[in-house]
Write a protein that binds this ligand. Structure first.
Ligand SMILES: NC(=O)c1ccc[n+]([C@@H]2O[C@H](COP(=O)([O-])OP(=O)(O)OC[C@H]3O[C@@H](n4cnc5c(N)ncnc54)[C@H](OP(=O)(O)O)[C@@H]3O)[C@@H](O)[C@H]2O)c1
Length: 229
């Protein structure tokens, strides 16, 4: 299961795992952008706990289990904290943190039923956390909370055979970053050890590793791509 599959990174991941032969459940507020016999789309606002629960109930009825959950859906807003209203910050936390927390809580019941040696939760984070980027207080704080969720949940879920990790991304060309001025993106890319823009192809391999059998002894880590220190 991958959240936020209508566009960007979530869509690329869903298409990759479908091509690899998996069943993929995805979701977004707007209708599906993927048409595939092994793809099931749920049109839900993850910030609404009731809608999220209904989606997981339907996944349980259809599949009875989950092997992995990728919490990819997210939002951002760039602004100086002095001019960011609390309601904007709360909205960002509702989607980037509380929706992730709720999806984890609902998914655990299904992840415990996997036939794999272990099941996995993977959360998407950002360079805005380690680099404490200006103008991204609400966004980076919400993702910083997600990285802490990874650490704590990895301990609380280990006994159930569920691993919890994160993947930290530098700038990727998607809807989320389309309004960020190019010089700003280039400045961030220059800070990466591998100073070129991260692509979908750079992301799918590490995601596959982190939710797959090969990372069966890795939990509680958020791994950053591109050399971000
Ligand atoms: N792009 C980057 O440079 C970058 C860098 C670091 C981290 N990330 C992270 O990567 C993840 C994916 O971002 P992206 O760049 O691929 O952005 P994107 O293209 O804007 O995709 C976000 C996806 O999430 C869905 N979504 C948003 N809010 C939702 C909600 N309340 N309920 C359900 N679905 C929702 C959107 O579909 P609907 O609009 O239809 O709901 C869309 O499919 C995010 O967590 C982001 O923080 C991105």
């Amino acid at each position: 299961m991958i959240t936020g599959t209508r566009t960007g990174i979530g869509k690329a991941l869903a298409e990759h795992f479908l091509e690899a032969g998996h069943d993929v459940v995805g979701c977004s507020r707007r209708p599906a952008a993927i048409d595939h016999p092994r793809y099931r789309h749920h049109q839900v606002d993850l910030a609404d706990l009731g809608q999220s629960r209904r989606m997981f109930r339907s996944v349980r009825q259809e599949y009875g289990r989950l092997d992995a959950l990728v919490n990819n859906a997210g939002t951002s807003s760039m602004n100086h904290f002095m001019t960011t209203p609390d309601e904007v910050t709360r909205k960002i936390f509702d989607i980037n943190f509380f929706a992730v927390l709720n999806c984890c809580r609902e998914a655990v019941k299904l992840l415990r039923k996997t036939s794999e040696p272990s099941s996995a939760i993977l959360n998407v984070s950002t360079v805005a956390v380690p680099w404490a980027l200006e103008g991204q207080l609400a966004y980076s704080a919400s993702k910083g909370a997600v990285e802490q969720l990874v650490r704590v949940m990895s301990k609380e879920l280990a006994a159930f055979g569920i691993r919890v990790n994160g993947i930290g991304l530098p700038p990727v060309h998607t809807v989320l970053t389309r309004t960020v001025p190019r010089p700003k993106i280039d400045e961030l890319i220059e800070r990466q050890a591998i100073s070129r823009q991260c692509t979908m192809a750079d992301i799918v391999g590490p995601v596959e590793f982190l939710i797959g059998r090969q990372s069966g002894f890795i939990t509680g880590e958020t791994i950053f791509l591109g050399g971000v220190h």
